[in-house]
Design a binder for this molecule. Structure first.
Ligand SMILES: Cc1cc2nc3c(=O)[nH]c(=O)nc-3n(C[C@H](O)[C@H](O)[C@H](O)COP(=O)(O)OP(=O)(O)OC[C@H]3O[C@@H](n4cnc5c(N)ncnc54)[C@H](O)[C@@H]3O)c2cc1C
Length: 390
């Protein structure tokens, strides 16, 4: 079966679906394919923090205003160290907040919007392969039928294990990355909120993040070794570790409940350049990943496709193919700021294996510099909200 479209998109995550939506607003048609089913994607818990610009993009372009109705604006975070909390007030420092709105809801909103607008999104496909020179995507659809989508441009929005990225010849590409000697042990617990805003805790036992989901379910993480087996940790042991990492003289304790989900999340910093090769353009995690500490991944995916939709429109509607050359440099300017921010937050807050007394006290000095000066706090607030000066 053959389909003809203007833009073929591999990956129905936030990058792929948002791009398809933005293009459709300008009359450009696309086909999006994903090798997972809609249900599988809906049930994968991932990001939870949207920059205000990401929330506005969803609302202002007509995806859904649910984010503004059901999402929770967070006007700051707590940095906790030495057993005390220090609030970074985003609203006071940069005039913006972020939104607590799970990625699963972002996905549902985008998938519903594509379906409402007659978009062609095919879930549950297999055996994807792409042709960059005569742009096309080939795959077997969920009914077992071999399909070919021929297109003018091909977009790889296929996440951190991208197959599209591998189409860029080795001699022409650069992969920059940093591995970290730790991972995150993430849980979902059926419990009330322990705090109204996110708590980022530095402690001698390692980092912990106390985050929220809904009135009844909360998301928490603590730093662990990359090889940790989540299955061997009892609920009691998990709570003991989390409580120890946030404990302090102010008596702050976490509200405990049954643990309904547990995973170990390994991460790294990664950037693939260039983001364009001939008819192929990479977006989102396919081109770059960040440690989750700065909550930047989903936001970067949306920022990429905002730029990408604009250059694709100029290329296809105004016959200006040179516009495509602008995509990589414009997107990468933000990507590298976000890389720096995520790396900085990560190394400031995590216990580094083999750290000396000097290393730990320097980290505490850094945290005091950030929380104790307006310039330091503003730097964090700009990065976290994504409000970087141009
Ligand atoms: C635990 C966790 C917590 C996170 N927290 C945050 C946070 O708080 N804030 C934040 O901004 N980011 C966060 N992130 C990162 C964020 O989830 C990702 O950056 C975001 O999903 C990237 O979107 P994407 O569309 O580029 O890729 P993805 O969401 O990964 O989508 C790619 C899609 O491509 C599909 N695909 C892959 N290969 C193929 C193939 N061969 N054929 C067809 N389809 C294919 C996949 O099934 C997938 O649906 C977190 C990530 C994790 C794992």
């Amino acid at each position: 079966m053959m389909t003809r479209t203007q833009v073929g998109i591999v990956g129905a995550g936030p990058a792929g679906l948002m791009l398809s939506h933005l293009l459709s607003l300008n009359g450009i048609d696309s086909v999006v394919i994903d090798n997972r089913t809609r249900l599988e994607i809906e049930n994968t818990v991932r990001a939870g923090i949207l920059e205000a610009d990401s929330a506005r993009l969803l609302a202002d372009t007509g995806v859904s205003d649910r984010v503004l109705r059901d999402g929770h604006p967070h006007e700051g975070i707590d940095l906790r160290f030495g057993g005390e909390s220090h609030r970074i007030d985003f609203r006071a420092l940069v005039g913006e907040s972020v939104w607590l709105y799970p990625q699963t809801d972002v996905f549902v909103d985008l998938a519903n919007a594509r379906s409402r607008d007659g978009g062609d999104v095919r879930f549950g496909v297999r055996d994807t392969c792409v042709d960059v020179d005569a742009p096309a995507i080939r795959f077997v659809d969920s009914d077992g039928v071999a399909q070919e989508v021929r297109c003018d441009l091909l977009v790889g929005a296929d996440g951190s294990r991208s197959i599209c990225r591998d189409q860029v010849p080795e001699a022409l590409r650069t992969f920059s990355f940093r591995e970290y000697p730790f991972a995150w042990f993430g849980i979902i617990t059926q419990a009330p909120r322990s705090a109204e805003e996110l708590v980022y805790a530095h402690s001698p036992r390692g980092f912990a993040l106390i985050s929220q989901r809904t009135e009844t379910h909360q998301r928490m993480y603590f730093q662990c070794g990359p090889e940790t087996d989540a299955a061997v940790w009892s609920d009691d042991r998990i709570w003991e570790e989390l409580q120890a990492r946030v404990a302090g003289p102010d008596g702050f304790t976490l509200k405990e409940g049954p643990i309904t989900e547990r995973t170990v999340l390994r991460f790294r910093s990664f950037v693939a350049e260039p983001m364009r090769y001939g008819n192929l353009l990479l977006a989102g995690d396919a081109a770059h990943t960040v440690p989750p500490t700065g909550a930047k991944g989903l936001n970067l995916a949306l920022a990429d496709v905002r730029v990408l939709s604009e250059v694709v429109e100029r290329a296809l509607l105004k016959n200006d193919r040179d516009a495509l050359d602008e995509y990589g440099p414009r997107a990468l300017a933000r990507v590298w700021k976000a890389q720096h921010f995520s790396y900085w937050m990560t190394t400031m807050l995590h216990a580094l294996p083999g750290a000396t007394d000097f290393d730990v006290r320097r980290q505490l000095g850094e945290l005091r510099s950030v929380t104790g000066s307006e310039a330091g706090s503003r730097f964090l607030a700009e990065g976290y909200t994504g409000c970087w000066p141009a």
